[in-house]
Ligand binder design. Structure first.
Ligand code: GLA
Length: 381
């Protein structure tokens, strides 16, 4: 027995070069209807580890090195049951339309569509059963000396959750040896439709289980305007200057500095930050930096890049202690934040916001990069 496992170890070490990234498949659990939920684990030699589930094409674990060792920096659950019972979009790929559409209504080529309304009067994150609650198909899994990756796909039928057109969606996750976690979302359609796909990971760079609030993290967003909202978190249509407001993250700021400023109606509507920052007005050719996040204690830094024009910065304001996540930890407001590259919320109803339209023959693409590094203790910000 001992000799057999020793032999297996030797063989494994021989098969995989010591300097390679790895990709392996495991079973995470199964759905109530018996379908297996596969997990793909990507690792690199620099100490990063990512576990992606076929359910919701979601990030279940994201272990990142810090000054005093590695930590898992995303919220989630240890088992599939948690994701089924109280999903909260933890780590999920959201669509067809990330964030809100007013009244769940929009028009395309003169035809009115009514979507499922799952957030008060509005449609949120693709509806009652969005892409975050679907079992995706695991496609290519590969690894070499520079990177490891997996592609998941999902075919959304015409009319699903009220959206027109059959949508073929893919999410390719790639972990590189330089500590980039990339997500490349793509979609094609057979009929004109609207699309806005993003990832809804809840980050805490101090560690998901550290007990350190994200209010201590430092954030920079290179956006001179944001899109203010009404009480139901639908954009008013205005592009408002961040200047002189708690929304100014043009220079590095501690997140907690101004989050409780109740004189600002926007912070009251969001119960904190839950807004879209405007980095550019349209989709750009190459991913650009949308946000820089730093945890001073661990030295962990995450830059978020994307070709999308906006970024939703959400401080987990709906986490109210009713959910118990990984390692039996109760999640509360301030435990994590989301940084979601996107087309602006409610774009289909906001003439000034551009377009979320996808036509047959075109490819929708959101190329996200989460770039991790560790800041040396001595250097300035
Ligand atoms: C987004 C929204 C929030 C909230 C979360 C999910 O970030 O902007 O208002 O709905 O998703 O809880």
């Amino acid at each position: 027995m001992k000799r057999a496992s020793l032999l297996a170890l030797v063989l494994a070490a021989w098969a995989v070069p010591a300097d390679a990234a790895t990709a392996s498949r495991e079973t995470f659990g199964s759905l109530p209807d018996g379908r297996e939920v596969a997990a793909i684990v990507l690792t690199n030699q620099a100490g990063m580890k990512v576990r992606i589930l076929a359910y919701g094409a979601l990030v279940q674990e994201l272990t990142v090195p810090g000054r005093s060792g590695p930590a898992d920096v995303v919220l989630g659950y240890d088992g599939i049951e948690g994701y089924l019972a109280a999903p909260n979009y933890f780590g999920a790929s959201v669509g067809r339309y990330a964030n809100r559409i007013a009244g769940g209504r929009f028009e395309l080529d003169g035809k009115a569509y009514q979507l499922a309304r799952n957030d008060g009067p509005n449609a949120l994150h693709g509806g009652v059963k969005g892409f975050d609650k679907r079992l995706w198909t695991v496609g290519d899994v590969s690894a070499n000396a520079q990177q490891a990756s997996v592609t998941l796909t999902y075919l959304s039928p015409d009319g699903e959750e009220g959206y027109p057109g059959t949508l073929q969606v893919s999410a390719t996750y790639t972990l590189t040896e330089s500590n980039d976690l990339k997500i490349d979302y793509r979609a094609t359609t057979d009929k004109a439709t609207i699309v806005n796909l993003t990832n809804h990971s809840y980050f805490n760079l101090a560690g998901a289980n550290s007990g350190v609030s994200i209010l201590e993290s430092l954030l920079k967003i290179p956006a001179e305007t944001f899109t203010p909202v009404d009480e139901t978190l639908i954009p008013t249509g205005e592009f408002r200057s961040v200047s002189g407001t708690p929304f100014d993250f043009l220079t590095l700021r501690r997140i907690g500095d101004r989050i409780r400023d109740g004189r600002d109606a926007q912070l009251r509507f969001g119960r904190g930050y839950d807004h879209n920052w405007v980095v550019s007005r349209t989709v750009v050719a190459e991913p650009q930096v949308l946000a820089y996040l730093e945890d001073p204690a661990s030295g962990r830094v995450m830059e978020v890049l994307s070709n999308q024009p906006g970024i939703q910065f959400y401080t987990g304001n709906f986490l109210d202690g009713t959910v118990t996540g990984k390692a039996g930890t109760i999640y509360r407001m301030g435990d994590a934040l989301c940084l979601e590259p996107q087309i602006f919320p409610d774009t289909p109803n906001q003439p000034e916001f551009g377009s979320a339209r996808l036509d047959p023959g075109k490819v929708y693409q959101n190329s996200i990069v989460y770039r991790f590094s560790v800041k040396p203790p001595s250097s300035g910000s």
